[in-house]
Design a protein around this ligand. Sequence first.
Ligand SMILES: [Zn+2]
Length: 97
Amino acid sequence: MQLPSGFAEVPCARCGTFVKGIGFGELCPDCQRRRSLRASRYARLISLVVTAGVALYTATRAPLSPAGRLWLAAGVIIIYFVTRKVAYGVLMRHLPD
Ligand SMILES: [Zn+2]
């Protein structure tokens, strides 16, 4: 079957394997999965460092009431996941091969 682009198989941008169903400049599913694993690992590390820094800064800046500690814990969890999601997106786009 011919794809709308007119080519049945297109080479992967990284490994050069001809694969059906991808566009020019895109990665094959294998390379995509490998990149995703790497991006995920780096994103986890980055978000851990950022979250620890923010938590440490906040905890040492103000005396915390019990309610304040609860808010800090909730904020830390939210910051961790948001930073991880953003870092993953950026790394998937810009991680060198
Ligand atoms: Zn590939």
